[in-house]
Write a protein that binds this ligand. Structure first.
Ligand code: AR6
Length: 174
């Protein structure tokens, strides 16, 4: 059984095989997690991202971690919250699913996720945490990932994740 844990901290200092970036469709950097990851990885990351030709919302693409203490960065593009009627839930879930598929491809055993879309994209944090945890629970075993770390930037987000992780899964875990 994979271990799912929540911690408070900065995703750029996590020592895991892969960290996930909350990117935008250009994949050319931004603020928040994206800015922090690009600063810590160095300019090689932007050069590599330029080769990827952008990324659709709900999808994710992999690059090396360069100066980060990780082998991989999975750049996921979460949806901008527009009230919930624009397929935002499914697009957010797909980010987590795609990252676990990339983890399988690259034989990643430990991965850290930020709370995708809950910053400047304004996805409601509790709703986003439920989707993150449910989706990871659904796909983690087939991905081969052994440890999933949800990295929360503040104590409020950590409290939400800790509460939801303590609840039994809605769907039985395969
Ligand atoms: N480590 C972990 N979590 C962080 C960090 C960090 N270093 N910095 C911020 N957070 P956001 P989004 C939290 O805005 O909503 C960028 O400009 C933050 O508190 O980074 O998906 C991209 O280029 C929040 O809970 O991502 C896109 O244009 C969460 O990470 C856009 O923002 C996500 O906040 C993506 O917006």
């Amino acid at each position: 059984m994979a271990e799912l844990i929540a911690v408070q901290g900065d995703i750029t200092t996590q020592r895991v095989d892969a960290i996930v970036n909350a990117a935008n469709t250009s994949l050319l950097g931004g603020g928040g997690v994206d800015g922090a990851i690009h600063r810590a990885a160095g300019p090689e990351l932007l050069a590599e991202c330029r080769k990827l030709g952008g990324c659709s919302t709900g999808d994710a693409k992999a690059t090396p971690g360069f100066h980060l203490p990780v082998k991989w960065v999975f750049h996921a593009v979460g949806p901008v919250w527009q009230g919930g009627g624009r397929d935002e839930d499914d697009l957010l879930a797909n980010c987590y699913k795609r990252c676990l598929e990339l983890a399988k491809t690259h034989q990643v055993k430990t991965i850290a996720f930020p709370a995708i879309s809950t910053g400047v994209y304004h996805f409601p944090p509790k709703r986003a945490a439920h989707i993150a945890i449910d989706t990871v629970r659904e796909f983690v075993e087939k991905s081969g990932v052994e440890v999933v770390r949800f990295v929360c930037f503040n104590a409020e987000t950590l409290a939400i994740y800790e509460q939801f992780l303590a609840e039994p899964p809605l769907k039985p875990v395969a």
